[in-house]
Design a protein around this ligand. Structure first.
Ligand code: ZN
Ligand code: ZN
Ligand code: FE
Length: 325
């Protein structure tokens, strides 16, 4: 796979001030290989005897021992240093979504993320661990066997960087966590809350960008996934099951979504930050995909068709009526 032509590097965008991950191997990534599933038990990669399996991505953007990039006379280039992992969430190939797993099996997946988070915390180069999950052909998923991904990054992702800057400013001014303040507000407004249990609250925020954008926050102020207590981890598994089931059942066919864990970076002090999960459900109507188009990609600001309050009401009802165990 890694022949002489393989080249990966980080390129700095000096205009927007953010990194772009460049890897030449990705263009050779097979689109839905039809003959065999590399994530099924018994495959060359997977072997047998597991509930949750961690594999290295075969077509990585980042690797632990990257070659030095060719220097450029003007542009900033860095090694594609990092790790790209696949979390195969179940041996069962034909499950549609992680929400079809039992709560205790979802908890096993979260535990694996927590263990990986701990594993890389000792690496000096590791600045950030990003866990994310893409669901549905429309958001580019090439293998349908339920899986999510972990990118261990040598930099802080720009969206998280923005959150850090704004929450730090808020903290300085108000002596309070911005996210705790948002949780209080969403709780007392109530109309955008879609699910709540002992340790987590899920809502479509007042300022949602995507049609079914759900944020899930721990009620306890914490920064990183490794701080989760046993019952909090189990409660998160339960919250994910209910919320993702709701997203699946809102329309006549399962809605594609992206899910990402936002936590504090590895090094440094981030007491003002508050861990959360963001889910972007991308249907704006039955089978109707919301695109990030000219305004969103070109201008950077989202247009929201409808009202977050209306969509939250719909989702809450589906979760309550059709997503009980
Ligand atoms: Zn499979
Ligand atoms: Zn907080
Ligand atoms: Fe966030």
């Amino acid at each position: 796979m890694r022949n002489k032509l393989w080249r990966a590097e980080l390129r700095w965008d000096p205009v927007l001030g953010e990194w772009v991950l460049v890897s030449s191997s990705r263009t050779r990534r097979p689109w839905r290989p039809s003959n065999r599933c590399p994530f099924c038990p018994g495959s060359e990669e997977a072997g047998y005897g597991w509930d949750v399996l961690v594999l290295r991505n075969k077509y990585p953007m980042l690797i632990p021992n990257p070659p030095s990039p060719k220097k450029h006379s003007f542009y900033r280039v860095e090694k594609a240093l990092g790790d790209c992992l696949i979390i195969v969430e179940t041996p069962l190939h034909d499950l549609d979504d992680i929400s079809d797993l039992s709560v205790s099996n979802i908890a096993k997946v979260i535990k694996v993320v927590k263990e990986l988070d701990r594993k890389y915390s000792g690496e000096k180069w590791a600045k950030y661990l990003l866990w994310f999950r893409n669901k549905g052909e429309e958001v580019g998923v090439s293998l349908t066997h339920p899986h999510s991904q972990v990118y261990v990054l040598p930099f802080i992702p720009s969206k998280v960087q923005r959150e850090i800057e704004n929450s730090k400013k808020f903290y300085r001014k108000k002596k309070k966590c911005l996210f705790c303040r948002i949780i209080e507000t969403e709780k007392s407004d109530g109309e955008r809350v879609v699910f709540m249990n002992n340790s987590w609250i899920a809502f479509i925020p007042f300022y949602a960008h995507w049609p079914f954008e759900v944020h899930i926050y721990p009620l306890r102020h914490m920064q990183r996934i490794n701080e989760l207590e046993k019952d909090e981890l189990f409660d998160l598994a339960y919250a994910l099951k209910r919320v993702l089931c709701g997203i699946k059942k809102v329309y006549s066919k399962p809605m594609p979504y992206m899910l990402v864990l936002h936590q504090a970076p590895y090094h440094g002090v981030y007491g003002f930050y508050h861990l959360h999960i963001e889910i972007y459900g991308v249907y704006r109507g039955d089978g109707l995909l919301k695109y990030a188009a000219g305004m969103e990609m070109g201008g950077g600001n989202f247009t929201y068709d409808g009202l977050p309050e209306e969509r939250a009401g719909i989702l809450r009802e589906v979760i309550e009526d059709r997503c009980m165990e």
